[in-house]
Design a protein around this ligand. Structure first.
Ligand code: RVP
Length: 498
């Protein structure tokens, strides 16, 4: 074959995984994986940085399920940073920067602060942050409202000594202490008696509902945010870092461009940003993945044209079938120990395992999550069925000024196109069936992956990647794979047709 016609490209529907010997019980299976060089997540799912998929609500839900959401960037820098803040402030257990009050404040002031922050009690500290006591709703109840303006906090608070925990206490130890002493709040103090955090039972109970949740080192939910490389991209990146983002995701349709590689390199060397993980993308070849590895990226994202709403391949004739793209890119990332993300083209849970065997460590999903309750956008009824809108970030709707300003046109290298009729779209606008809460959707996706691991005899993602083997299939076999010769009468929660 002449060099010009490189290899044959394969995608998800071209392959199946071979079953392997299995002596696993469902409880043995562990789906923990590496998101980036330094961050691990309990389930290998990422929600796409798209304006019909991931805003703070989806990001919170994704992190609670054990994955992570990437906040889209088709909004102002301030709005995107605010979304990061919303995720980071979602209470999960340990509050490292609790709201406090001084001993001389009045109960009236206390009541106002509690209302503003929607909390029911505050640690009381001196100007040096030394813990003096704690005051809660209960303490207020015994003072008539008429006296609130003249009564000081230290007259009614529960003073030290209180049951406290040391800085760095882990969740299990804290739970034990709270249970033993039947307390609702556990202030954390350092050696000098200074307040360094607060744990509340209410938040712990909530976090017990989400045993897989993805946390940062301070016990807050993990969150990612998309950035570009054009115009005020650096300002966007640094503002997101200040807001506490854990992962910055270079978000473009074609990542192997000097300006973006330089941006990644700068983010990984600048003292203000280098502690944050940076994902580079998108690429679809070994060479593209290598460029990001060399630039210092903490993970590489793969996918040029596989997305359900994407028309890049037809508009430009460029792309690589996704299984081949992931495999080729992994030849550069694996030896460097850099995790890889397979982005786009997934229609069913079975494709997650295929992507992992091809060389990915996690997957990014758009259409499979756009129908969730937590995705942005209204529910619409069409012929008695419920739908949510879903559009490509390269669609006319996302890139034009229709509706509101587009901030993310540089994803498709059209930052400088100002007139809507000059835009060359690379995506379409549509809708997907409403799927209910993310918890139910991710249960099916992860349930499917667990079954893949059982069928292939893989206890861990690493084992799946190592043991997994493909068989190439024909279009006749694809017909055999799907339900055939039967009219489907009841829709399954995890099957939407071909
Ligand atoms: P899918 O999961 O198949 O719906 O694909 C989602 C992915 O498609 C996104 O994560 C992104 O990489 C890509 N995308 C987003 N917009 C467009 C486009 O307009 N072409 N493509």
């Amino acid at each position: 074959v002449p060099e010009k016609f490189a290899a044959l490209g394969l995608t998800y529907d071209d392959v199946l995984l071979l079953p392997g010997h299995s002596d696993l019980a469902p409880a043995d299976i562990d789906t923990t994986t590496r998101l980036t060089r330094e961050i691990s997540i309990n389930v290998p799912l990422i929600s796409a940085a798209m304006d019909t998929v991931t805003e703070s609500r989806m990001a919170i839900a994704m992190a609670r399920q054990g994955g992570v959401g990437v906040l889209h960037r088709n909004l102002s820098i301030e709005d995107q940073a605010y979304q990061v803040d919303l995720v980071k402030r979602t209470q999960t257990g340990i509050i490292s920067n609790p709201v406090v009050i001084g001993p001389d404040a009045t109960l009236e002031e206390l009541d106002r602060i509690c209302g503003e922050y929607r909390v029911s009690g505050l640690p009381v500290v001196d100007p040096d942050m030394r813990l003096l006591g704690i005051i809660t709703n209960r303490d207020l109840r015994f003072t008539p409202v008429a006296e609130w303006a003249t009564t000081k906090v230290d007259e009614v608070m529960t003073p030290m000594p209180l049951i406290t925990g040391p800085v760095g206490i882990d969740r299990d130890e804290a739970t034990l202490l709270l249970r033993k002493h039947k307390r609702e709040r556990l202030p954390l103090v350092d050696d000098e008696g200074r307040l360094a955090g607060l744990i509340t039972v209410k938040d712990f109970v909530k976090s017990e509902q989400f045993p897989n949740a993805s946390y940062d080192a301070d016990g807050r939910l993990l969150v990612g945010a998309a950035i570009g490389y054009f115009g005020d991209a650096w300002q966007r990146a640094t503002t997101l870092v200040e807001a506490g983002v854990d992962v910055l995701v270079a978000d473009t349709a074609h990542g192997n461009v000097r300006m973006l590689l330089d941006m990644v390199q700068r983010l990984k060397t600048d003292p203000a940003t280098r502690h944050v993980q940076v994902i580079g993308g998108n690429v679809a070849t070994r060479e593209g993945a290598q460029a990001f590895v060399d630039a210092g990226a903490d993970a590489v994202k793969v996918g040029v044209g596989p997305g359900s709403i994407c028309t890049t391949r037809v508009v430009t004739g460029v792309g690589v079938p996704q299984v081949t793209a992931v495999y080729e890119a992994s030849l550069a990332t694996k030896p460097a120990g850099v995790p890889l993300i397979a982005d786009g083209g997934m229609k069913h849970s079975g494709e997650i395992a295929k992507a992992l065997v091809a060389g990915a460590d996690s997957v990014m999903l758009g259409s499979l999550l756009a129908g969730c309750e937590e995705s942005p956008g209204e529910l619409v009824f069409v012929n008695g069925k419920q739908y949510k809108s879903y559009r490509g970030m390269g669609s006319l709707g996302a890139m034009s000024s229709r509706g509101k300003k587009s901030y993310s046109k540089d994803r498709y290298f059209q930052a400088e196109v100002t007139s809507d009729d000059k835009i060359v779209p690379e995506g379409i606008e549509g809708q997907v069936a409403y799927r209910g809460p993310l918890a139910a959707v991710s249960h099916q996706l992860i349930g499917g992956l667990n079954q893949s691991m059982f069928y292939t005899g893989a206890r861990t993602i690493a084992e799946l990647q190592e043991k997994g083997r493909f068989v190439r299939i024909t279009s006749a076999s694809l017909t055999e794979s799907h339900p055939h010769g039967v009219q489907m009468t009841v829709e399954a929660p995890n099957y939407t047709g071909r």
